[in-house]
Design a protein around this ligand. Structure first.
Ligand code: NAI
Ligand code: MG
Length: 368
């Protein structure tokens, strides 16, 4: 079988700094695990604009469509703030998401015990937490028509439309059920079927897809507002949560912050299965290019490293190796290593981006 292929788009600001640590880990898999990735690298965002006058060239777009997975750092920065909207760095990322049709956005909320004190919740509520929110990303109220600000009589009215087709609901629910099979076989679907027709359809379609194609997965339904309460009261009752674009935007931010810093949060965006059965996939940290700390060796590489671990699990069926990377991260945190963003108010001596990466490599070595 062909080697797994990866396109690395490190981007701007701290993107290349955190990606350098991921490359060490990719190299480690080659030398220590005999898994060689065919890695190509290209430009996205501001650096692509500087080189080509566009934040994403057609050639890079075409390559992204061919590879098994795209790994992205971050885009943007103050240098590009005055650019025309059509060539802003973010447009490169939006084009990737749109043309790859990445409709399922995966946001894990995973708590490493060593950081449980970081949470705003009690330690025993979050310790060991590991849930995955699947947010529908390409439809719903952010895209529905009609939309706009209109005048009715003598006042203005602002309109957005929540709209979901059956096939849009079915495909994102399949992504959630497939994930559940790689995790703990449990999905909770959230909507507001009590007050929204689109929610009624959502609930029906998720149930139908389940009954027809995934009867082995445990499925429950919850109103999204109750879901928000349950997420803060006892988050460990959940494993995979699937929800629409709007509720997913809120619930994924809420769940992520149960567990700590922006520098720790990975994400994946998945689309339809390709000919080889793998979903189209883009993996990236949740954080941006952090211009305030770029070039100083201060960035936490863990969000990007955990994004690569997600690629191992969800694109390459290397779940055990994904766990190995996550355990290595857990180990270095338990040993007390902290980048500056993970320092409490009492301070301490933070380690650099590359020292954190090297320590994770050492923990990987020790895992063999
Ligand atoms: P940001 O996520 O870049 O930074 C927010 C704060 O968190 C900053 O204080 C930063 O230093 C810190 N931070 C972020 N990641 C960190 C890490 N790995 N380690 C340590 N500290 C970290 O968001 P901000 O400042 O709003 O945006 C900066 C630029 O990034 C803007 O140009 C924005 O458009 C872009 N951006 C890009 C995203 C992407 O590429 N997906 C997402 C969000 C913002
Ligand atoms: Mg948000």
């Amino acid at each position: 079988m062909a080697n797994p292929s990866l396109l690395i788009l490190a981007g701007d600001g701290i993107g290349p700094e955190v990606m350098a640590e991921v490359k060490k880990i990719i190299g480690w898999f080659g030398t220590r695990r005999g898994v060689t990735f065919d890695v190509s690298e290209d430009l996205v965002g501001g650096c692509a604009y500087d080189a080509h006058g566009t934040p994403l060239t057609d050639a890079t777009m075409a390559k992204a469509q061919e590879v098994d997975a795209v790994l992205l750092g971050a885009v943007g920065g103050p240098k590009y703030d005055s650019l025309d909207f059509s060539v802003k760095p973010e447009r490169g990322l939006l084009r990737l998401r749109k043309e790859m049709d990445l409709y399922a956005n995966l946001r894990p909320a995973q708590c490493f015990d060593a950081l449980a004190d970081f949470s705003s919740l009690k330690k025993d509520v979050v310790a060991g937490l590991d849930i995955m929110i699947v947010r529908e990303l390409t439809s719903g109220v952010y895209f529905g028509e009609p939309r706009g600000i209109f005048t009715e009589g003598n006042e203005r009215v602002g309109i957005n439309t929540q709209r979901y087709t059956e096939s849009e609901i079915a495909r994102v629910s399949r992504s959630a059920f497939e994930l559940a099979r790689k995790r703990n076989n449990k999905v909770c679907s959230m909507e507001k079927a009590n007050v929204m027709e689109s929610g009624v359809l959502w609930r029906q379609v998720v149930q139908e897809v389940h009954d027809r194609e995934y009867p082995d997965v445990e499925l429950s339904h919850m109103y999204a507002d109750a879901g928000a309460m349950q997420l803060t009261r006892w988050p460990k009752q959940f494993d995979v949560i699937v929800t629409d674009n709007l509720f997913g935007d809120l619930l994924s931010d809420l769940a992520a912050m149960l567990t700590g810093s922006l520098g720790m949060l990975p994400s994946a965006s998945l689309g339809a299965p390709m000919a080889n059965g793998r979903p189209k996939a883009l993996y990236e940290p949740v954080h941006g290019s952090a211009p305030d700390i770029a070039g100083q060796g201060k960035a936490n590489p863990i969000a990007c490293i955990l994004s690569f671990a997600m690629a191992l699990r969800y694109s390459f069926d290397m779940g055990e190796d994904a766990t190995r990377v996550e355990k290595a991260v857990e180990k270095v945190l338990a040993d007390g290593l902290r980048t500056a963003d993970l320092m409490g108010p009492e301070g301490g001596s933070p380690v650099s981006t590359s020292a954190m990466g090297d320590a994770i490599i050492a923990a990987l070595d020790a895992s063999l």
